[in-house]
Design a protein around this ligand. Structure first.
Ligand code: ACO
Length: 432
């Protein structure tokens, strides 16, 4: 029982009620209002979950005011600097960094799950070649549950683990197949001698016609982007995965739901939207007119890649990705790139403008990730799909945490009903 209590008093005669307050290891306390309805007949009202903690979690911690992001207690800067993606995936899934033997076993297991069922490749043919990669990804990942029946008992920890391996291992293959399908090129089978990221780039850019060699600078850039996107506590898509998971749905269905949620331009779709916005602005000289439109909310114009529900300071991931962006542009000899010049000029104007300062709007991770992808030759429509590939690790870890949580119940919010009250049916002939 909690020692700290919150007392809620009412002006309508309802007696005051006490609620327990819990403290996490770090971060704001929470008031446990689960008994509010039983005690008072009232609900809380919190559209957009502005003040609602939906679960206990020990995976990812964010302090939005200070610009801090940690996976399992490790600052994102240290992981981005020192780890590879699979090491971070192991950490997110298991809670601890692996030792050398554990790392080898994990890498081997993921590597050996990278092929997809051959019949899954026929599934792609049902889509038009110009289908959006996220539409294909939602469908194909959802379809995985029809291919891997053997380990779908969500109450068996071993089945949950196998599904986690399958999802982390197969997402790069499926994402690359999505790209190849859109290009009309043959699908490339994974190669076990390549690392996770090299394999993804090979399946994206390799062809059967010639030898493909990994470029360490570009591999490292994608490795970093995947690490930075691997988890982000209870954001919209993760909450979608948890909500779907709370019904007992299988993990492939839950991740497909998460992918659908990520697609929106207010969430993972922002990296694509940033590039479209930069294209639309076209030149540094057009920045003032664009900023004016944003400030006047003209036609819902927004500075895409800016602002975040939680970060009210510089997104720590944006800083790291900005550095990666410069490395990639230097490697590809694109240093005087017009796009980066435009992005940096836009960032500078926004950071000095009162509208953005007052609203604490800073660049988020997506402001620079799109520029890196573009430099790598990845088409804009694939950006969010790569985000989904990375976030699959976080989603599956959050799903596993949910299923193992004895406090978890089916997610079922209530509402403040403001529609018509009871009225009698009027036959069609008598309606005006
Ligand atoms: N450009 C211009 N104005 C903005 C922006 C922006 N990018 N973001 C917020 N604002 C303004 C709002 O219009 C609002 O202004 P007002 O007070 O005059 O009404 C104020 O800032 C507060 O904004 P909210 O919408 O209340 O902030 P919220 O926390 O709900 O939204 C969100 C956060 C959705 C990320 C928003 O900032 C946004 O849409 N940004 C652009 C899209 C984007 O980059 N999304 C990526 C998020 S990171 C990720 O998912 C990986």
């Amino acid at each position: 029982m909690s020692e700290k209590l919150a007392t809620l008093s009412f002006s309508d005669g309802t007696p005051s009620v006490d609620f327990p307050i819990y403290s996490g290891t770090v971060g704001p306390d929470v008031v446990d209002v689960r008994a509010l309805y039983a005690k008072t007949g009232k609900f809380t009202f919190d559209p957009g979950f502005m003040s609602t903690a939906s679960c206990r979690s020990n995976i990812t911690y964010i302090d939005g005011d200070k610009g801090i992001l940690m996976y399992r207690g490790y600052p994102i800067e240290q992981l981005a600097e020192n780890s590879d993606f699979l090491e971070v995936a192991y950490l997110i899934l298991n809670g601890e960094l692996p030792n050398a033997a554990q790392k080898k076993e994990f890498d081997d297991t993921v590597t050996k799950h990278t092929m997809v069922h051959e019949q899954l490749s026929f599934f792609f043919r049902g889509f038009r070649r110009d289908a959006h990669p996220m539409a294909v990804l939602v469908g194909v990942v959802g379809a995985l549950s029809a291919f891997y029946h053997d380990a779908l008992n969500i109450n068996d920890p071993r089945d949950r683990e196998i599904s986690a391996y399958r999802l982390i291992a197969k997402l790069p293959t499926i994402t690359a197949m999505t790209y190849k399908y859109s290009m009309g090129q043959p699908f490339m089978y994974p190669k076990n001698e390549l690392s996770y990221v090299e394999n993804f780039l090979y399946m994206m850019f390799g062809t059967p016609c010639e030898e493909w060699k990994p470029n360490p600078v570009l591999t490292r850039a994608v490795e970093r982007i995947l690490i930075l996107h691997a988890d982000h506590e209870q954001n919209a898509s993760t909450s979608t995965v948890r909500l779907a998971g709370s019904t007992g749905a299988n993990p492939f269905a839950c991740i497909a739901a998460g992918i659908a949620s990520l697609w929106g331009p207010a969430h993972g779709g922002a990296n694509e939207a940033v590039l479209k916005m930069l294209d639309e602005i076209g030149d540094v000289k057009n920045i003032p007119a664009f900023i004016k439109r944003v400030k006047e909310k003209d036609g819902h114009a927004m500075l895409m890649g800016f602002g975040h529900r939680v970060y009210k300071n510089y997104d720590p991931r944006a800083k790291l990705i900005q550095q990666t962006c410069h490395e990639v542009l230097a490697e590809l000899k694109l240093k005087d790139n017009k796009l980066i010049e435009l992005a940096m000029a836009l960032e500078k104007v926004a950071l000095e403008d009162d509208y953005f300062i007052q609203r604490k709007l800073y660049p988020n991770v997506d402001f620079y990730s799109g520029i890196v992808y573009k430099a790598l030759g990845i088409p804009v429509s694939m950006f969010t799909a790569i985000f989904a590939l990375a976030r699959t690790t976080g989603w599956i870890a959050q799903w596993k945490e949910l299923i193992g949580d004895t406090e978890q119940k089916i997610g079922r919010p209530r509402q403040l009903f403001v529609g018509a009250t009871k009225r009698d049916f009027v036959p069609l002939a008598k309606r005006k």
